[in-house]
Design a binder for this molecule. Structure first.
Ligand SMILES: Nc1ncnc2c1ncn2[C@@H]1O[C@H](COP(=O)(O)OP(=O)(O)OP(=O)(O)O)[C@@H](O)[C@H]1O
Ligand SMILES: [Mg+2]
Length: 732
């Protein structure tokens, strides 16, 4: 059998791992050394050479995007023999996706209602808030998010409320109480949060030995990418499923463990070797992704961490371009610079999609987004739930969820008065109270209150109308296709009209988004023949973390947090905001462990770049509503100087045409004459009689009409007429 296409493009240790006879394997290697490639080729090899049936294989990836890419790659490697459904039995997905699939198939055994709903983190917070009200817990003393963190953290460790030891300290006692009430609320409404998906499917193994045996007999090979980021419950789930007769392959890099804050355990790597005897360990050190310069930077940064298994990457590639470092005046200037570089990159014949902008914090994306919009650069936020997090989209999906399951309380609460239909906080409070007292859903509570005639007539009528609307929606979607169903719900619920009445661009944008949602339905490929596509679509919207964005196939700059960049690669990579307090994040910089995790994140970021890396930082930055002045990140100082090239300001302003006139102005003259070539420069510090000191950000126009944009330290950013501004240059 000719298998050269499977092994040709592999080096010796890669080939050995791919062609090994059945065994437990750990592949531990640095970024870009071909770990994921080995995993994919291994699967193809198992199928083609060792005759393993696709349905005996389960592969766990870190994102849905990676899962899709893996299928495509397998398709390429193995050809179309056996038709397009050839791999339908092969399970490829994230831990969450696979757990969800199991729970959907075995909801009875998992003690869930058939139509249980996934709770995203926003909705989870909503449920937690209700629990606080019911228990009368003070949010000031115990913030909601703290409880959310506690609940998710416990679940990641495999702990239910009942497993948490009673203690005398008020924190644990309170959290345990909240957790317990939260569990009950979710169970009553058939709601499952992200961490619950995993915990529940682990419990499913333990409580249903027959089911477990079925899957243990079925899966002969389990392969897990990004193994360093599995948490306790994921590992336990895997360990139980593997049993004693399954071959397990773990692929990972200790230097890329970046989810410690979400319970990931690097120790799982050591545990693996203990649990699965005679594990073959492969190390790969040759990097096929990046230039030598980029690798030297990555190696130098990560060397500052103490707890490492230790490895050094090398490449046969040349040095390539230096790493650019741009010091921006502020975040606007930073975004403008990045946009400029991308335009240049595109002019040189590259696609937009070959570039990525990475940032530490989600909030950084807004300014970048605005700049890209202004410049007409198409962009896509990856993994950020950008689209599905929008209010109008969440509202529309809440209606759909209610049509599927009326007892979905967060959805019920979200839209009972959206669009406004006269149901006030008072009526809602009455509903909540009844639901609490009777241990039922808000929907049932509403029905009960109506039946007992205890509400004021006006409120009763409004609620009655809302319940009737739900009936109408449910009846109306019958016999429609998925896109038509969603369109119908958007219209009949009144959401469309509601936003249409909204003035200005915002309403328009919301309408467009709702339309986009219908488009997304059109593009959606339902996979599960046993379920209604609309139910699958809603779950996907919650699970997909924005990966279902409709503009997926458009050429666009990829924007994402450093965390979601894991496993990916791009010819051109920007890391924005490489400043102390932002990156390393101020929350993490205090502890040695936190700092090491930030450094690993930096290593992940740098190693995404194939050809060119650009680092930017801003001297002043407005983020989370306040102005900050952060020094350059220590990570930049850890990169050898020879790898970095500081970018000089390119954008020097053209002198106003009517220089002679302008020069008559003494104040300006002073400033101009400061510069040898007689020009104000971008970035120049200037003083204004009224607004105080500031920095020049932009110029516009020429001659007497020339304007200048100055970011004043106290007065904010202002456009001024050059002629009248009487700016004075300030020496620094
Ligand atoms: N032997 C090889 N010959 C040529 N190219 C290779 C080889 N091995 C890997 N590559 C290429 O190198 C790049 C990095 O590979 P891959 O993504 O598998 O690395 P990785 O170790 O999984 O990286 P990460 O740690 O970032 O997930 C890919 O473009 C891959 O196709
Ligand atoms: Mg990989």
């Amino acid at each position: 059998m000719d298998i050269t296409h499977l092994t040709d493009s592999l080096n010796t240790p890669q080939r050995e791992a791919v062609c090994a006879s059945p065994c437990h394997q750990l592949i531990l290697a640095g970024a870009g050394s071909g770990k994921t490639r080995v995993l994919v080729h291994r699967i193809a090899y198992l199928i083609q050479v060792q005759g393993v049936a696709p349905n005996q294989i389960m592969a766990v990836t870190f994102t849905n995007k990676a899962a899709r890419e893996m299928r495509e790659r397998l398709q390429q490697l193995l050809g179309d023999v056996g038709g397009p459904n050839r791999f339908s039995g092969l399970w490829v997905g994230t831990f969450h996706g696979i757990a969800h699939r199991l729970l959907k198939m075995h909801w009875r055994e998992a003690k869930l209602p058939e139509n249980f709903q996934i709770l995203d983190s926003d909705d989870q917070l909503r449920v937690i808030k209700r629990v606080y009200q019911a228990l009368q817990i003070d949010e000031k003393r115990w913030p909601h998010r703290q409880a959310q963190y506690f609940i998710n953290g416990s679940k990641d460790e495999g702990l239910r409320a009942q497993h948490i030891q009673d203690s005398h300290d008020p924190y644990t006692t309170t959290m345990k109480m909240i957790y317990s009430a939260y569990e009950e609320a979710c169970q009553n409404s058939g709601l499952v949060d992200f961490a619950e998906l995993l915990l529940r499917s682990h419990e499913l193994w333990l409580s249903s030995p027959e089911l477990l045996k079925h899957y243990q007999d079925r899966f002969v090979h389990l392969l897990v990418d990004e193994f360093q980021d599995t948490n306790s419950v994921q590992y336990a789930w895997l360990r139980v499923l593997a049993g004693n007769a399954c071959w397990v392959t773990g692929v990972g890099d200790d230097d890329q463990s970046i989810y410690g804050w979400r319970g990931a355990k690097i120790e799982n790597i050591q545990q693996f070797e203990k649990d699965f005897s005679n594990t073959a360990v492969t190390k790969l050190e040759q990097n096929y992704r990046s230039t030598n310069t980029i690798l030297s930077a990555a190696n130098a940064v990560i060397q500052n961490n103490n707890s490492r298994l230790g490895k050094q990457l090398w490449t046969e590639d040349g040095d390539g371009d230096p790493i650019d470092l741009y010091s921006a005046f502020n975040e606007q200037d930073e975004a403008r610079y990045i946009a400029e570089c991308i335009e240049q990159w595109q002019k040189e014949g590259n696609s937009l999609a070959s570039s990525a902008v990475l940032y530490r914090s989600n909030a950084q994306s807004r300014v970048l987004e605005e700049t890209f919009l202004r410049e007409g650069i198409a962009y896509r936020i990856y993994g950020g739930q950008r689209f599905y997090e929008r209010m109008e989209i969440k509202n529309a999906l809440a209606y759909v969820r209610l049509v599927l399951n009326r007892h979905d309380d967060p959805a019920f609460e979200r839209v009972i008065n959206t669009p406004t239909r006269g149901i006030g906080e008072k009526s809602l409070e009455a509903l909540r109270l009844t639901a609490r007292e009777q241990g039922c859903s808000l929907f049932d509570a509403a029905a009960a209150l109506l039946a007992n005639n205890v509400l004021p007539a006006r409120a009763a009528n409004c609620i009655k109308a809302f319940l009737a609307l739900l009936d109408e929606l449910q009846g109306g979607i019958d016999s429609l296709g998925l896109a038509e169903q969603v369109e119908y719900v958007i219209n009949a619920s009144g959401l469309y009209e509601f936003h249409q009445k909204e003035k200005g661009e915002r309403g328009q944008a919301r309408i467009e988004n709702l339309q986009e949602l219908v488009n997304a339905c059109r593009a959606f490929n339902a996979e599960d023949a046993d379920r209604a596509p609309i139910a699958e679509f809603v779950d996907n919207a919650a699970l997909g973390s924005g990966e279902q964005q409709a503009d997926e196939y458009q050429d666009a700059v990829q924007m994402m947090t450093l965390h979601s960049a894991k496993g990916l690669e791009f010819p051109l990579v920007f890391i924005a905001g490489v400043e102390e307090n932002l990156f390393p994040h101020k929350m993490s910089a205090d502890s040695a462990e936190g700092l090491e995790e930030e450094r690993r994140l930096c290593y992940v970021g740098i190693t995404r770049a194939m050809k060119k890396l650009v680092l930017t930082h801003a001297e002043s930055r407005r983020l989370y509503g306040s102005e900050t002045y952060n020094p350059l990140s220590r990570f930049i100082r850890e990169i050898p100087e020879k790898c970095i090239q500081e970018v000089r300001l390119k954008a020097v302003v053209t002198r106003p045409a009517n220089v002679a006139n302008v020069r008559k102005d003494n104040a300006l003259k002073a400033a101009y004459s400061d510069e040898g070539d007689g020009e104000f420069k971008l970035g120049q510090r200037v003083a204004h009689a009224k607004f105080g000191e500031g920095v020049i950000l932009q110029f516009e126009g020429r001659g007497p009409g020339a304007r200048v944009n100055v970011a004043f330290t106290d007065a904010g950013s202002k456009w001024l007429m050059m002629q009248y501004a009487k700016l004075q240059a300030v020496e620094r």
